[in-house]
Design a protein around this ligand. Structure first.
Ligand SMILES: NC(=O)c1ccc[n+]([C@@H]2O[C@H](COP(=O)([O-])OP(=O)(O)OC[C@H]3O[C@@H](n4cnc5c(N)ncnc54)[C@H](OP(=O)(O)O)[C@@H]3O)[C@@H](O)[C@H]2O)c1
Length: 287
């Protein structure tokens, strides 16, 4: 698969979003293992998870634990796999999602994540979502301390505005911010400014829910006719056209489509080989 950069690390241009393997309607664990093995077989070397990917509070860290298990049980070499996790979000006993951006909480959460992943230093640790009750600089300050202590190897932020990206860089220092993960899909394009900004400052941009989210992804073609039309001309799926369109946005863009089945991550990985023409990209931009 073509390679791209996140901070100092090279990864495949298409990552795997782990969330569908840990939240509602997830498959059983054996099936989840097959999905992750299929991703690795297809050349995926970035797996995105989060401590909050679980059903309820009592299984916090579910996603991290199954990623660690999949990597440990994979027959091939996994040294070049970058596991990106996140902290700052939680699920309560009833499944409600809450945020917590307090520095002391993030310190503890990162240590718990390292334990769940079975690593000494987390490859990429992302602050999941700004906490309106905590100044952003304080939450990002915790990332800086985690970097300095070696608990995390690279730092990222998620659901961030341009002002927050710049604030994070000011705190983390030159080269200290490796990635920004924001929602971006054919239906949700309001992160284009952040995506462009990341490109101009050399920070990787990871579109989340690139196919419109778990429930909408199967209908991408029926909801977005131009994507379906171009897919038909290439003999590929509208989802593959979507990922190829994102990759063409810039070398810093690394989509992380979620998959609960081997077939879908295999298909997504194939999108890295699809090249779209300038006229096609212009039509998709305008669609
Ligand atoms: N930072 C954040 O706040 C945040 C929020 C949400 C998500 N995320 C991350 O972003 C990742 C992706 O988002 P998402 O999982 O919500 O939504 P998504 O990637 O837009 O859609 C996921 C769904 O797309 C289907 N799919 C994947 N590849 C496909 C293909 N090539 N052809 C047809 N269908 C395909 C999968 O179906 P099957 O289930 O049938 O395989 C899966 O359920 C998450 O897994 C998570 O890691 C981050």
């Amino acid at each position: 698969m073509q390679q791209r950069s996140i901070g100092t690390t090279r990864t495949g241009a298409i990552g795997l979003g782990e969330m569908p393997l840990s939240i509602e309607n997830r498959p059983d664990e054996a099936h989840a293992m097959r999905t992750m093995a299929a991703a690795l077989d297809a050349g995926v070397t970035l797996i995105d998870t989060a401590d909050a990917y679980c059903l309820r509070e009592d299984e916090h860290g579910h996603g991290e634990r199954i990623v660690a298990k999949a990597l440990a049980g994979y027959g091939g070499d996994t040294d070049d796999v970058l596991v990106a996790t996140k902290g700052g979000h939680r699920r309560l006993a009833d499944g409600t999602w809450i945020v917590n951006g307090r520095p002391d909480y993030l310190q503890q959460a990162a240590q718990d994540s390292a334990r769940a992943l079975g690593v000494e230093s987390i490859g990429l640790y992302q602050f999941h979502r700004p906490d309106p009750d905590v100044p952003y600089a304080e939450s990002v300050g915790a990332l800086k301390e985690l970097l300095d202590a070696g608990t995390i190897r690279m730092a990222g932020i998620s659901n961030a505005s341009i002002a927050q990206i710049d604030e994070a860089i000011a705190i983390l220092g030159e080269g200290g911010l490796a990635s920004v993960q924001n929602q971006y899909s054919p239906a949700f394009r309001s992160s284009e400014d952040e995506m462009r900004h990341c490109g101009s400052i050399g920070v990787a941009f990871l579109p989340w829910s690139p196919l419109g989210g778990i429930s909408s992804a199967p209908e991408l073609g029926s909801r977005h006719a131009v994507f379906a039309d171009i897919a038909q001309q290439h003999g590929v799926s509208p989802q593959q056209v979507t990922l190829a369109w994102m990759l063409a946005k810039g070398e810093h863009v690394i989509p992380i489509p979620g998959s609960s089945r081997p077939e879908t991550i295999q298909s997504s990985a194939g999108a890295a080989e699809l090249t779209l023409g300038a006229a096609e990209l212009a039509r998709l931009d305008a669609a």
